[in-house]
Design a protein around this ligand. Structure first.
Ligand SMILES: NC(=O)c1ccc[n+]([C@@H]2O[C@H](COP(=O)([O-])OP(=O)(O)OC[C@H]3O[C@@H](n4cnc5c(N)ncnc54)[C@H](O)[C@@H]3O)[C@@H](O)[C@H]2O)c1
Length: 255
């Protein structure tokens, strides 16, 4: 699929990895529908107003996401890709000094990271399926979800986060199988540690221990490197039904 001229939805596009994707797509000549519960920084999109709209939508709400997609398609024309980045981090031991973990906190992480991802995916798939196929590839579009290496080696306190991201990785193949018949590819990326707001809040001790476990390059990833991987997945028709690690060889230890 070509980036130039296409309309691409990004959830969680106001910050971090999603924002880097938005900027990369805009530079590549795409139109961008940004959905998030936080507004994007004004300076970020000031120059691209005619190619990018921000719609406030909570990924867990069907009506809000549908309204954002409808408005984006009305403004820019048929959508052909979605990049699903909205997510939250949470850390809490299953049994801590003050008793068992909060069930509400566990539910919230699953609700946003897993159910919210599926919500954006199902409504995006519906929108993309209406795309007319104009070339011989029969491809209508691509959906990229964001998992995490915590899906494979979640650390102490990461039960909810790891379960949510493991769910994203696990549903990638069945959804790709569901959508193959309409010409939509589905791929997840499992990032290691990237320099975004989410990771800036981590204590120095945690950041250093993650760097100690990284093979090469020994640094955190830049959001632009995530955006570049997403672009490649969108452009390369052979990526489908898999979860790709993007982590500099990092294998997280228990803590
Ligand atoms: N940064 C990392 O190291 C890292 C590593 C692995 C996976 N990830 C995943 O990448 C994704 C993006 O993370 P990031 O680092 O860019 O974080 P970030 O905090 O910079 O951005 C996340 C965005 O999601 C939005 N969001 C949260 N809940 C939402 C909701 N209910 N509805 C709509 N929007 C909502 C936030 O407002 C924010 O703008 C997340 O799913 C995260 O779990 C990040």
């Amino acid at each position: 699929m070509k980036i130039a001229g296409s309309t691409i939805l990004i959830s969680g596009g106001s910050s971090g990895l999603g924002a880097a994707c938005a900027q990369n797509f805009l530079r590549g000549g795409a139109k961008v529908i940004l959905i998030d519960i936080s507004t994007p920084p004004e300076e970020m999109f000031a120059i691209e107003k005619e190619s990018c709209i921000y719609m406030r939508a909570d990924v867990t709400k069907g009506d809000e996401v549908r309204a954002a997609i409808d408005e984006g398609v009305r403004r820019f024309g048929q959508m052909s890709a979605a990049v699903i980045c909205a997510g939250v981090l949470h850390s809490e031991r299953s049994l801590g000094r003050n008793g068992p973990a909060s069930l509400d906190a566990f539910r919230r992480v699953i609700e946003i990271n897993l159910i919210g991802t599926f919500n954006v995916l199902r409504l995006s798939a519906e929108a993309i399926s209406k795309m007319t196929v104009e070339d011989t590839t029969l491809e209508r579009g691509v959906i990229v979800m964001t998992s995490s290496i915590a899906a494979y080696e979640g650390q102490i306190g990461q039960s909810a986060y790891a379960a949510s991201k493991g769910g994203v990785a696990a549903m990638t193949l069945p959804i790709a199988r569901d959508l193959g018949r309409v010409g939509i590819r589905v791929v997840s990326i499992a990032p290691g540690v990237f320099e975004t707001q989410m990771m800036k809040s981590a204590p120095d001790k945690v950041r250093q221990s993650l760097l100690d476990e990284t093979v090469f390059p020994i640094r955190f990833g830049q959001p632009e490197e995530f955006a570049s991987a997403v672009q490649h997945v969108i452009e390369n028709p052979m990526f489908n039904g898999c979860t790709i690690r993007l982590d500099g060889g990092l294998r997280m230890r228990a803590k």
